[in-house]
Design a protein around this ligand. Structure first.
Ligand code: KG4
Length: 368
């Protein structure tokens, strides 16, 4: 069986071809990806309408590329898969529309799959895939969740953020520090030379007794601290006394002109606050479930400080920790084709030829 998968839920257009036979693990034949990050950078975040229009431009050339790389023809495709949610409604509709139109033209069935399960499925493509069951820490730009994963489609939500995601906390704090989008990697780079204990920033919900997260307050604390630093600098420049700073008063304009040590210290303190909460809650989830395997998924999983601290905490508890292989971090088209193949293979879902479709911009993972 040959599955052609389309992913267009946010700012990347991904297309992939996956093949499987019997009960053997599906294999990835080829994939292609176009990232819109450069286009959205000018706006400091993803502009949904621009994202949808760009998906329209990219999706067919990427499909041709994937077919050419695999040596397969369009007529060889048995099932067409696409991301049906969650994501940006307009962007999702592009992938859905292309998938259904192509399937109708080929007279083949279609399957819509949830994008949100891709981080766990991606682990199956790793050189050393983790075995089920495991605790999964999903830390991306839109999600921060702890899940117990017992198998494909078998997830139990242990805890999640009640407001901002961890990646969002990185991105929003980075923006306050005058760094570009996406801010996570830039803030992490600036933090390298800084002192993580220079500023005391909040660790919300650390003692809440549950596995939920909250990162919205951190952004305000970073804003107030940055403004204090700017006020101190202004007082030093003018020789006048430092004026008290009020939360949300004014902006952080001029932050990039502060001394590099000060900026690095704030970046390091911000990163430490996020990492500290992620590590402690992950350890609590492992203790609660009794599981000895932790799988980290999502873009924030690339953070070196997070990795170092998780490694240390897991080593103490005899827990094996798996991280995303960085070269496979953004092949989301592959994940959708993979998800479709595994859902069909396990009989969990049937592909359809009822040519009418919908998308689900919101789709909680534990309801899949
Ligand atoms: O999972 P992902 O690639 O995309 C989705 O959200 O779907 O995650 C992107 C997030 C962004 O918020 C980005 O700033 C963050 O991951 N990120 C990082 C690092 N690399 C990416 N955050 C902290 N440190 C990093 N090295």
């Amino acid at each position: 069986m040959l599955v052609l998968g389309f992913e267009s839920s946010c700012d990347e257009t991904g297309v992939a071809l996956v093949q499987w036979q019997g009960q053997a693990m599906p294999t990835l034949l080829s994939h292609a990806l176009y990232s819109q990050i450069e286009m959205h950078q000018a706006f400091g975040g993803v502009v949904p309408e621009l994202a949808s229009r760009d998906h329209i431009r990219r999706v067919l050339p990427l499909t041709q590329e994937v077919l050419a790389k695999s040596g397969c023809a369009l007529g060889d495709v048995d099932v067409v898969a696409y991301t049906s949610g969650p994501g940006l409604a307009g962007a999702l509709l592009v992938g859905a529309g292309v998938a259904w139109a192509l399937a109708a033209a080929l007279d083949q069935p279609v399957l819509g799959c949830p994008y949100a399960e891709r981080p766990w499925l991606r682990t199956l493509l790793w050189r050393l895939p983790p075995q089920f069951p495991f605790v999964a820490l999903l830390v991306s730009g839109g999600h921060t969740q702890l899940m117990q994963v017992d198998g494909v489609g078998r997830y139990a939500l242990l805890g999640e953020t009640i407001d901002d995601a961890a990646g969002e906390a990185f991105d929003k704090s980075a923006k306050l520090m005058g760094l570009g989008y996406p801010g996570g990697p830039a803030l992490a780079a600036m933090a390298e030379a800084g002192d993580p204990q220079a500023y005391k920033l909040p660790r919300p919900l650390l003692g809440s007794g549950n596995l939920d997260f909250s990162f919205a307050g951190l952004k305000t604390a970073v804003l107030v601290q940055a403004q204090k630093m700017l006020a101190a600098q202004a007082a030093e420049d003018s020789g006048s006394p430092v004026l008290p700073v009020q939360a949300n008063a004014g902006s952080t304009q001029g932050f990039e002109r502060l001394a590099p040590t000060l900026r690095s210290n704030l970046a390091a303190s911000t990163q430490a606050a996020i990492v500290d909460v992620l590590v402690k809650k992950s350890m609590k989830a492992l203790q609660q479930t009794g599981l000895k395997r932790l799988v980290v998924a999502g873009g924030v999983g690339a953070n070196r400080s997070l990795r170092a601290q998780l490694n240390a905490a897991c080593a103490k508890r005899g827990v094996r920790v798996h991280y995303p292989e960085l070269h496979l971090c953004t092949d989301n088209g592959a994940m959708i084709a993979m998800a479709a193949a595994m859902r069909l293979q396990s009989g969990q879902q049937q592909a359809s030829t009822r040519y009418a479709f919908d998308v689900k911009p919101r789709w909680p993972l534990d309801s899949l």
